[in-house]
Design a protein around this ligand. Structure first.
Ligand SMILES: C=C1C[C@]23C[C@@]1(O)CC[C@H]2[C@@]12CCC[C@@](C)(C(=O)O1)[C@H]2[C@@H]3C(=O)O
Ligand SMILES: O=C(O)CCC(=O)C(=O)O
Ligand SMILES: [Fe+2]
Length: 337
């Protein structure tokens, strides 16, 4: 006979009254969050470059205000997500992605690297095929919803490029120093939903990970849940700031900067009384077979490259083979030779 845990579908987690064993995580005292806050940076601040540079070096994460993204557009993507996740499990599964990491509904791609299941469901918008799924989900409103997504992608792309130039500038280089900067693949949007959970202190919304891309722009509405890990202190909750967006530095930026800036380890916790939606825009990665490596102007005889060149496809393949050991897999063993 199948056990109860085998029957649990991510599409109706919110209706469960008890936490199934397959979703029960073990936590220790080091999992408790400490009283600290990630920097909140006003993009109109005259010292914006220095502030961004410092936040990238010490945290790998920060929040931004005065970012210029229309609130109405953010609200529209949030309400699209609510409409989607409110659908029946069967309906959502009709839009299931054929494989993790490509467009459609389902578990996060990193799921196989965790012993226990994560208390979340999501929808990935990675390529044009997301529109076919939207047609299945919303036969009447699909043009409207695709329009909202395309507009959001466009705005996110512009904001991500601005942040890239400023952060590079804090490192003393420019976008022109990345040969493939004009050949960036379009970002991936991940709509995340964390349903209410009967035992949040024993459950995990999204397990600890770094994003593989250059940077992520995250909208977490007015519901907290995101935590970032800081070596010196431990887990820090990123409290929602009205109107602000969270920026997480990803693996590619860490590689480009030759380890000068951090890709932040982060996770999402869940809640007993209110469900939570977050909208992640993961940006970067060159289209095609371009080599990603530490920026030539940053490295030299005094500071040799600590990572070997790797293409985006190869990096993703490595990441989904060894997960948190992906930097070790591309590290140059003895950089002085
Ligand atoms: C390009 C990608 C980054 C991503 C894996 C993917 O192929 C598409 C989904 C992305 C995402 C979103 C949620 C968190 C994450 C770790 C995951 O499981 O899927 C990221 C992946 C990543 O950054 O490696
Ligand atoms: O929901 C969150 O706060 C985090 C989401 C996230 O890390 C991701 O989508 O990569
Ligand atoms: Fe993430």
């Amino acid at each position: 006979m199948p056990s109860i845990t085998e029957d649990v579908s991510i599409g109706n987690l919110g209706s469960l009254q008890t936490l199934p064993d397959s979703f029960t995580w073990k936590f220790t005292s080091s999992d408790s969050a400490v009283e600290e806050s990630v920097p909140v940076i006003d993009l109109f601040d005259p010292n914006v470059i220095t502030l961004l540079g410092d936040a990238c070096k010490t945290w790998g994460a920060f929040q931004i205000s005065n970012h210029g993204i229309p609130q109405k557009l953010i609200d529209d993507v949030e309400s699209l997500s609510k409409t989607l996740f409110d659908m029946s499990s069967e309906r959502k599964l009709e839009a299931a992605s054929s494989d993790k990491g490509v467009s459609g509904y389902g578990e996060p791609r990193m799921t196989p690297f965790f012993e226990k299941k994560m208390w979340c469901e999501g929808f990935t918008i990675a390529d044009a095929s997301y529109a076919d799924h939207f047609l299945t989900l919303w036969p009447h409103d699909y043009t409207k919803y695709c329009g909202i997504i395309e507009e959001y992608k466009g705005e996110m792309e512009k904001l991500a490029s601005r942040l890239l130039s400023w952060i590079l500038s804090s490192l003393g280089v420019t976008v022109e120093d990345i040969e493939w900067a004009q050949n960036m693949s379009r970002g991936v949007i991940r709509l995340n939903h964390y349903p209410v959970c009967p035992e949040p202190e024993r459950a995990m919304g999204l397990g600890a990970h770094t994003d593989s891309t250059i940077l992520t722009i995250l909208h977490q509405s007015n519901m907290g849940g995101l935590q970032v890990f800081r070596e010196e202190t431990g887990w820090v909750t990123v409290e929602p700031v009205p109107g602000a967006l969270v920026i997480n530095i990803g693996d590619l930026f860490h590689i480009l900067s030759n380890g000068k800036i951090m890709s932040v380890v982060h996770r999402a916790r869940v809640n007993q009384t209110r469900s939570r939606i977050s909208i992640a825009y993961l940006w970067g990665g060159p289209a095609g077979d371009v080599e990603i490596k530490p920026i030539s102007k940053i490295v030299g005889p005094v500071e040799p490259a600590i990572y070997r060149p790797v293409t985006w496809n190869e990096y993703l393949r490595i990441k989904y083979e060894v997960f948190e050991k992906s930097f070790d897999a591309i590290r140059v063993v003895n950089p002085t030779n």
